[in-house]
Design a protein around this ligand. Sequence first.
Ligand SMILES: *Cc1c(COP(=O)(O)O)cnc(C)c1O
Length: 838
Amino acid sequence: MNVIGKVTVLPQLPEAIGRLSELAYNLYWSWTPHAQSLYQELDPEVWERFQHNPVRTLLEVPQERLTHAAANPDYLARYGRVMADFDAYMTKKDTWASRNAPGLAPVAYFSMEYGFHESLPIYSGGLGVLAGDHCKSASDLGLPFTAVGMLFHQGYFRQMFNKDGWQEEAYDELDLTTLPIRPALTPGGEEARVSVYIGSRSVHVRVWELAVGRIRVLLLDANVPENSEDDRKLTARLYGGNQELRVQQYVLLGVAGIRALRLLNVPAGVYHMNEGHAALLGLERVREYVGQGLDFRAALEAVASSTLFTTHTPVAAGNDAFAYDLMDRHLSGWPALLGTGRDDLYALARHEQFWDGHWVPTFSMTVFALNMSRAANGVSELHGEVSRDMWKFLYEGAEAQEVPIGHVTNGAHNLTFTSQAMRDLLGTVLPQGWTERLEDEAMWEAVEELSDTQLSDVQLEMKREMVTFVRRSLKAQMIRNGASAADVAATDTVLSENALTIGFARRFATYKRATLLFRDKARLSRIVNDPDRPVQFVFAGKAHPADNPGKAFIQEIYRVSQEPEFRGRVVILENYDMSVARQLVQGVDIWLNNPRRPLEASGTSGMKASFNGSPNFSILDGWWREGYDGTNGWPIGEEREYSDLGVQDDADAYSLYSTLESEIVPLYYGSGGQRGGWARTVRRAIRTVSPRFSMQRQVIDYVRKYYLPLTARGAEVTADGGRRAREIASWKTWVRQQWPYTTLQASANLPTTAHPGQRVEVRASVNPAGIRPEELQVEAVLKRGDHVTRVPLTHEEGGRFTAQVPLDDSGLYSIGVRMVPEIEGLSNPLEAGLIKWA
Ligand SMILES: *Cc1c(COP(=O)(O)O)cnc(C)c1O
């Protein structure tokens, strides 16, 4: 047929259920199973076919189903309850933020990807889900908060396995009219458009908005007719394309993102960059201050004073860095706009790297983000440490412990991942309103009141659902790949609801070692095929399209799953997404994670499993190093790293098998029908992990540790037309000029041995050049093992400084003396980037 036009005929919602449409456009439903049921029941087939999408369901459902539902008293009653809950949620005045952070400035949160729900495929994995969960909890807690991201109209990719178990990727063009988004409107009521220069051309961006409970997410979309064909593809795929495309996407996220906020009059006082992708927002914000009359350096101070950067990547090579000439092509106009030179601008991002046999300067998004912020954090305690070590070269002369990168350990949005059955069960022992104070550890003690059978009943129900889901998914895959009738039929019997079931699902980045389990297949076979106490495994996960080693992992698991001894006991599912994630974390008995320590910055999927009573079994890396308490799951390996990766893999695999055989399997199956030990572990997992690794705890930590201090700091530095910003900038310029002319000499009167508590005299003599002596912090630095203490010396006169330095503990001390320029109001002593050791 020759199509001359298209028209969608919308079903008419009967008055009695008229607000289903309004609710469909608020992702409140994504963590509210009762709300989802309202749409699912209208047309279960459409619901499944279109990734559980309420907007799509309303578009597709035949009119008579709507009429029918509107006449069903039971449906109406549930509709009424959901709507009442929704209204209460949306209008609640007494929130955590209103009580605990009334002065908090509005937060603008930038992330390249967001995982809110499977029907909005603009995420690739944990980073995106974390960002989506962060938004959901910001809404739950009542924060003033707006998020900015990208609307990838082909999403990430849909994953299929071919007959040989090799990953294939499909990209579906999203039909935007079926997504819960609407064009963002300017205060004047126009559809919001912004444009940005990339290189010498102007790229136009349409702004969509997505409601996530009480907060809004702005999504940028370059797929508009005003743009060239190539530019329209800038927002086609998440993490698709080459470096050239990546940089342009970063310009859009950062620069167009800020312009969108301004156009829509969205207030923002604190800026949070989730990963280095967002760092170019600093360019636009500096440009704004330069436009208001600050010079480049002062503008930089103003911008950084209110900005937080969260890093997620614990390997240097994983951090985006680009060749200078590539940046030149896309950022050519910026130095002039910012009133600076190209070298001065790039110096803020400079990272010398060894590329193709040469040392070359690169533009590192992480370095730029660190320089554009006055607060930075990793995502677990260990990752904070790893990050400080990784980036300490930027703080010449500093000890790793002093590098100003802290940590906030990740969490997950409990309600998004907890099954309705488990929520109902928890509701029988937790107090009213429990979903609003998930971070309250004492509240969760009530989980101890749940009986063994109550828990095992819910878990069996969820496991049955998962087994059905797995069989359906495998069957569809078999049919698509033209499998024999016998193989198709065999999918009806894979997995047993009575066997101990272990889940492993995440991105197939190689450091996550998805195939570690198969290091000793004979031993694994004995575990899996134990006739009395069988064990089975469910895998899922996507490899990045360019990651062939990751795809080879998938294929290896696929092949194992086809071998006679593992058939039906080891399965790997296609197209891991948030829906598969929920099925698995809710349905398996145990969650497995065996990354190569310390590369799992945090990990979050194990938290989601624990919320559902599936204890975590993992390497002591990321969050689990903090979460494991000896009773709530199991560790793999030790708290250490190996220099030989093969040895590390062997040791970890050995530990995995042994713990499985000697602890987990016996505990799960119990003896003489007694499984009390298992239920105890399940209760411990739920009660300890749910509060401590709730996204509410995480967001509260961000508010207290970073958002509130940055609110104050940003206000102070930018007040009065940026008076303080100018002062700090010109002070830094001055001390940097003077620094080469300063001198420092030190001596200490040290006995060969001392006793704990003894003091030693340390003296220094300083030529401060043009710097005021009171602006020099002269300090003794004492190092004992990893332990570093600093003791300030007092200025006596004429550039002489002295202190009586206590040696508190026994041990071998190294003592040094250094000076650092410091004035009040800096975010940390290393801010000026100058340290001189005697
Ligand atoms: C939680 C989640 C992840 C993160 O998994 P990790 O094990 O923490 O890497 C990835 N993808 C999806 C869909 C998730 O829901």
